[in-house]
Ligand binder design. Sequence first.
Ligand code: COA
Length: 258
Amino acid sequence: MYSAITTSNENGILLITINRPDKLNALNKTVLDELNTIIDEVYSNNSIKSAIITGAGAKAFVAGADISEFQGLKHSEGMHLAQKGQNIFRKIEDSPKPIIAAVNGFALGGGCELAMACHFRIASDNAKFGQPEVNLGLIPGYGGTQRLTQLIGKGRAIELLITGNMLNAATALQYGLVNYVVPQEELLTKARTILEVVNTKAPLAVGRCIKAANAVFDQSQDGFIEEVKLFGECFATQDMVEGTTAFLEKRMPVFKGK
Ligand code: COA
C-alpha cells in the first residue's frame, strides 16, 4: 500500500518508518503524501492509540526535504510546497493521539521540522539536528522557524537558522529539543516504554492535554480559557466517571475512550 514508508501496529502503538535509507529518508512528494494518509489513519483508526515516527537505517531520521525536487520551482510553487508541508505537520501536532519522534540520526531541514511537529522527541546518541536551508539559499518552510523558536528560544533558534550549524544529541538535550538521549539500539524500546504508559490513560483526557498545551502557541485563543473548556468537557465523559470511581474504590480504571 505504501512505497516510501512502512508501518506496524504493536499493541496500539503504530510505528511509522520513513523508508528511503539510500536518500537518508529525504521527504519527497511520495513520503509527504503517504505521511498525510497515515496520519489520517492515526486519527481515525480505533486500534491505534499512539504513534512513533522514525527513519529507516542507522544513519538518518530524515535528512530534509528532497532537494532534487526543488529545482525549477517558481515562487508560487515554493509557497504551495511549504503550505502542503505545513498542513501535514500541523495535522501531526494537532493529533489527539500522541505522536513522538524517535530520532535515529540526521534530523535536518524538513527532518528537524518533522521531529519538532511531533509531541516530543527522543534521540539516539548519534542524532544531529539542524536547519541548514541557508546553505541552499532557502529558509525552513514546514514550520521550522516557528517551532524551533518555540522549543529552544529565539536566540538559540536564530543562531541555528542563520549559521546552518548542527546540534549534537547532547546539546539538543541540554536545549530541551529532545526529552531523552539513548543508545541507538534502545531508541524504539524507550519510545514504546513511554507510550505503553500513556496508552493506559484516559484517551480523551490525553488528547485534551495535547490540545491545551498546543493552545499556548495559538495566538488566536487564550490557553487558560481553552483549559477551562477542555477541563469541563472531561466531566461529560464516561472515562472521568470510571477514573474517579476506580480511585475511590482502590482499583485500576478501565478506560474506554468515551
Ligand atoms: N535531499 C535529497 N537527497 C538527499 C538529501 C536531501 N535532503 N540528503 C541526502 N540525500 C542523498 C544524497 O544526495 C545521497 O544520494 P546519492 O547516494 O544518490 O548521491 C544520499 O542521500 C546519501 O547522502 P550523502 O550526502 O552521500 O551522505 P553523507 O554522509 O556524505 O552526508 C548529510 C550526510 C546529511 C550531511 C548530507 O547528505 C546533507 O547535507 N544532506 C542535505 C541536508 C540538507 O540540506 N537538508 C535540508 C534540505 S531543505
